[in-house]
Ligand binder design. Sequence first.
Ligand SMILES: [Zn+2]
Length: 115
Amino acid sequence: MQAPGQAWDEVRVRLLKRREELSQRLASVKADLAREDEPLSPDFAEQAGQRENDDVLTALRISTEAELRELEVALSRLRAGKYGECRRCGYPIEPRRLDAVPYTDSCSLCASQVR
Ligand SMILES: [Zn+2]
């Protein structure tokens, strides 16, 4: 068992850094979607390209927002001293799983069972 508080410092730093990256990405995606520096082209073909680009940006915005939400939940679990503990069975989550899926709140056994 890892000592609560200290052991997760590295994870906390990693998550905070990721939050910074995601917030910046979200801000720039939103700015692009608001088309601050590129007005819709009068050319039809170009417009179609811009619309396609908007779809990509919107998908990126949605996935970034979703990740930010998961990240916030993980951070609050960290603050509550619950990070790394399976929400279902209460056992520690495998370090390798946490490494691969840092926002997870269940061990691989529970995750493979009922959702
Ligand atoms: Zn479990």
